[in-house]
Design a binder for this molecule. Structure first.
Ligand code: SAM
Length: 227
């Protein structure tokens, strides 16, 4: 009962985000009078307590000195909102890098009491991510697994509430096939860099054509709910 509620609230949230995107572009065109012609709205993050302030401080420092590719802040906010809306207890991330998206997830997990398992093939990045999680005070809720995620995820036990794919793009289909059985009903599979030319057509077909999945595309991400 509880998971059904959280599952449907996530879907409502996703629809609301999509509607906001449509309204924003409509506002830019200003077709029917009122508020037309302005710049698009951008999300702003205002930390609500000391824990969020601490995590935000580490994220800002990380981004100021970052040499690798991370999700942009507005995508991080979407990830946090999705994770907290479905009351995620277990987030699985493929592609930790130095931990930026993981820190957004950690904000949600602070509220839901959940945990995250994140996979990274590069030792230097994995070590930096661990240090960043420690500096943010969230190292006890995040397990960083070093190695090739295609092999390592086969050892994963338990249910997944949210699966985030942000590593080798051609590998998304393999991660989906291996991990989808573990995603709970009402759980989400979010994939990054879902743009023409970058996304694997086989992955797009797999998340679009299955009756048990419902997929939205927004902000360069696919957001798939397991029905
Ligand atoms: C775009 S970055 C991830 C960014 C991160 N999610 C963020 O927003 O902070 C992709 C990462 O996936 C890692 N990666 C690529 N192939 C991998 C594999 N087979 N297993 C685990 N990690 C992999 C890369 O080393 C890289 O650090």
């Amino acid at each position: 009962m509880k998971s059904k509620f959280y599952g449907s609230s996530a879907w409502i949230l996703a629809m609301a985000l999509m509607t906001t995107a449509i309204l924003t572009s409509t506002a830019q065109r200003g077709p029917r009078g009122g508020f037309g012609g302005g710049a698009p709205f951008t999300s702003k993050f205002v930390p609500m307590d000391e824990k969020e302030t601490k995590i935000l401080g580490v994220m800002e420092e990380l981004m100021a000195n970052e040499q690798y590719r991370n999700v942009p802040p507005q995508d991080g906010q979407v990830l946090r909102v999705l994770a907290q809306s479905i009351h995620a207890q277990h987030i699985v991330e493929i592609g930790t890098s130095t931990g930026y998206s993981g820190l957004w997830f950690a904000m949600a997990l602070q509220k839901t009491g959940g945990k995250m398992t994140t996979y990274e093939i590069d030792k230097g990045r994995a070590d930096t991510a661990k240090a960043n999680f420690k500096a943010a005070g969230v190292e006890n809720i995040i397990t960083v697994v070093l190695g090739d995620a295609h092999e390592e995820v086969k050892k994963l036990d338990g249910t997944i509430d949210l699966l985030f794919l942000d590593a080798d793009k051609e590998g998304y289909i393999d991660y989906l096939n291996t991990l989808m059985p573990k995603v709970r009903s009402g759980g989400l599979i979010v994939a990054h860099n879902i743009n023409a030319g970058m996304a694997d057509p086989n992955f797009i077909q797999a998340i679009s054509d299955k009756a048990e999945l419902e997929t939205l595309y927004m902000q360069g991400m696919s957001i798939t709910m397991k029905k």
